[in-house]
Ligand binder design. Sequence first.
Ligand SMILES: CC(C)(COP(=O)(O)OP(=O)(O)OC[C@H]1O[C@@H](n2cnc3c(N)ncnc32)[C@H](O)[C@@H]1OP(=O)(O)O)[C@@H](O)C(=O)NCCC(=O)NCCS
Length: 190
Amino acid sequence: MKFLGSKVLESEHLVLRPTIQSDLKVIWLILRDKEVAKYYLVGKIHDKWEDELPWQYKKLQHAKDADVFQWSIVLKSENKCIGQISSQKSLNNSLSVRDVGWIIDKDYQHQGIGFEAAKLMLDYMFLEVGIDKIETCAAIINSASWRLMEKLGFKRIPKLKKIKYTYLEDEVECFCYELLRDEYLKFWKY
Ligand SMILES: CC(C)(COP(=O)(O)OP(=O)(O)OC[C@H]1O[C@@H](n2cnc3c(N)ncnc32)[C@H](O)[C@@H]1OP(=O)(O)O)[C@@H](O)C(=O)NCCC(=O)NCCS
């Protein structure tokens, strides 16, 4: 495994790049939409930008670290940040990553952008970084997310997990998924 960080990646319609200062408020605004954030956010988010800013700056300091995998999604045709995609190094296994996360601005959903961005990230993680496995989960009620996982080749495993999301009062049940490198290569006929 080579820790290469959030290298700039490019596909037909998108550029994925490490988050830069001017993206911070854009991403915060995307997440202020509760429809986008309700099955995504598990941490605190401030209602006022002035309160949120110091936290965001803290994250920005690590955006280019070699073991950070977090990209802003930029739509080439508009040169505009319209979302974010990320995964995290596993705590106990340096060859795998966990908690794949993706958010797309509401106005740009259902256009194939989530899929294009996720495929780009997974190709990079499996083919260039050289990870052997990804483990993640999605709220059962959030079919957009787990259907996207299945479209990418993730396999649902017989395990349920409960997560307390920021904007929901109660914990919700989540499907768990994993994807092994060999399975991914076979799924996409690489
Ligand atoms: C999940 C998310 C990133 C998908 O992004 P998107 O750009 O709209 O997705 P795409 O248009 O690329 O669709 C890819 C696949 O996802 C699934 N999908 C997307 N939206 C869906 C919906 N509303 N209902 C059911 N399936 C959906 C479909 O399988 C779709 O493939 P298909 O069009 O061939 O059927 C987007 O809905 C989002 O930002 N949701 C809010 C944030 C969130 O909950 N993140 C996940 C936390 S685990």
